[in-house]
Ligand binder design. Structure first.
Ligand code: GLU
Length: 323
């Protein structure tokens, strides 16, 4: 080989090495581009998730986070399990079923890569009915056109379970898979009699609906609440206070689950530590995005936690003395 040729070859090799190093560098940067799966735009997860992604992007070095609208809890555990989203907002009951392969996940592999970050706030099961639809009890839903939640939502799982406890199946109703905005639109337009909404009160879509249409919030009878909380441990008895929505004159008895944040186990421990810390140090911004964001508190961060914590979150809570 002549000196000239070996010089050309040398330059060529260096160029390849530099390119490889550059691509490798980009790969590292891409690893910190994180996606948080939320829910429909008319819910609470969506505005809250947007605020969380902003906090992380602004406060955590090397993290660039964005939030995305999804069908909510059931879709979200699947997204995180498949690492299509690194993080998600999810109901704690759904997280438990997914991790253990029970209920709606019975025929699937256990999603053992899911890890808990924090419990956030209770989500009430709200049964909304058109005031003209003659729905005063859950039993009255029989024969009605009912929005049961988006396909892939936790709401839909809750609708099924609560109906089941009242001996009602989808064979006894006309079920429509609707997200909260669609359900509100359909009730407003007379295309649905009622709808299930599992979301923090006040839920945006219901607030908007109540300003234009007379609605009832349908309560669950005490004996059924007892049956539901006995059968599925992540339900808790709750009250939807009067005046949560325009025209709602009385307290309504229902059940609630907890909203929580999950991540995939493969997320870097230090990054998750910093992200958990940033969330609890910026709860003001969460409250600005939705009232229920104001309930995100360190003291309650492990309440109803159904699965193992991510080590990064665990380290932060240990440091803060939260067990
Ligand atoms: N908990 C709801 C679900 O998973 C979503 C609530 C929300 O979007 O705020 O179906």
């Amino acid at each position: 080989m002549t000196g000239k040729k070996s010089l050309v070859l040398g330059v060529f090799l260096i160029a390849i090495l530099l390119t490889a190093a550059f691509i490798g560098g980009c790969g590292d940067a891409a690893e910190d581009r994180l996606v948080l799966a939320t829910g429909g735009t008319g819910g609470v997860y969506y505005p809250l998730g947007g605020a969380m992604a902003s906090i992380w992007s602004e406060e955590v070095d090397g993290v660039e986070a964005s939030s995305e609208s999804t069908g909510a809890s059931v879709e979200n555990v699947n997204l995180v399990d498949a690492l299509e989203s690194e993080l998600a907002l999810v109901q704690n009951d759904i997280t438990y079923y997914a991790y253990n392969g029970t209920e709606m996940f019975e025929d699937e592999e256990q999603m053992e890569g899911l890890r808990g970050i924090a419990s956030l706030y209770p989500e009430e099961i709200q049964i909304i009915a058109d005031a003209d639809a003659d729905v005063e009890t859950v039993e009255d839903l029989e024969g009605k056109r009912v929005g049961v939640g988006d396909s892939g939502s936790g709401t839909e799982a809750n609708a099924r379970q609560i109906l089941e406890m009242h001996d009602i199946t989808y064979d006894d109703i006309e079920e429509d898979y609707l997200d909260f905005d669609e359900a509100a639109d359909n009730i407003r337009d007379g295309h649905a009699d009622a709808a299930f909404v599992t979301g923090g009160v006040p839920t945006g879509s219901v607030t908007d609906l109540a300003t234009t249409t007379d609605i009832d919030i349908v309560g669950i009878e005490q004996d059924k609440i007892d049956d539901i909380t006995d059968e599925w441990e992540y339900y808790a008895e709750t009250t939807i206070p009067a005046d949560s929505y325009s025209g709602q004159e009385e307290d309504v008895q229902s059940v609630a689950v907890m909203a929580m944040m999950i991540a995939h186990e493969s997320l870097d421990e230090d990054a998750v530590y910093e992200m958990t810390k940033a969330l609890f140090e910026n709860t003001d911004a969460l409250e600005d995005s939705h009232d229920r964001g104001g309930e995100v508190e360190l003291d309650d961060a492990l309440e109803g936690m159904p699965i193992e914590l991510h080590p990064g979150a665990e380290r932060y809570f240990e440091e803060e003395g939260i067990n």
